[in-house]
Ligand binder design. Sequence first.
Ligand code: PXP
Length: 281
Amino acid sequence: MKISGSGIHLPAPGLFVLAPALRVEYSLISEAEMTKLGVNIDHIATIRQARRALEPDPVAAAVLAELAGADGITVHLRQDRRHIHDEDVRRLRATVTTRLNLEMAATDELVQVAIDLHPDQATLVPEKRNEITTEGGLNVTANTAPVAAAIKVLTQAGIQVSLFIDPDIEQIDAAADLGALMVELNTRAYSEAAPKSPDLTGEALDKELTRVIQASERARRKDIKVLAGHGLTYRNVRLISDIPEIEELNIGHNIIARASLVGLERAVREMLQAMGRGIEA
Ligand code: PXP
């Protein structure tokens, strides 16, 4: 639970009793310190690219997400440009009024693109050509040189750098050794444990949640800002957003998935209207 100056924000009923083994910290924080939400809009571009069409436009999605209260917009400019394109990032840079976070591999090419397009933040992620989505965190201990070089160049260009890493103490320590000021903890393992635990409790879930909590605490002790994301859903998000050290979550798939359903009825009605059939009972 986080307690803000303007009110007490309770977790979903029962979360305390459902996860008794977990340490839940109570902290007095201001409204400004509530967990922020960065919305990943890659899937909007994925739908567009399914037809190589003009719609839906990620820029329109970013505007709507911001109007709804999103604290930031995230896109992943993949090396194969399978969904988001350079031109999308350029237009988002001109439109986003919150924070633009560019996920990218730590390659020379992408570092140069980031310098040219100047997002507020660059999140360095590992990338495999055939993966459906980012599969794991950066192995900072094994890729020290390219990661260190990317951090240096991007920081010099005035872009804040975050490292997407698994919630492992060694990775946190390695990130700190590289001078990282921000990390995003990979919640994929936590999220994958959650569906096997319908009541959000049990050994597997507790283990993964504990890893995220311990990594968050370690990072904060090293003065590293902590973000988290991957696989978070409307059902499993609360145990992560209640971790006091985590300042921001990046969520994409589940938000866009829900949008496609909650917006479908209206979209069908609007098509009927466009066909001149008006609103049917
Ligand atoms: N953070 C990173 C680094 C990612 O690569 C992704 C997926 O693009 C996310 C967060 C968001 O994950 P999801 O789409 O599962 O919410």
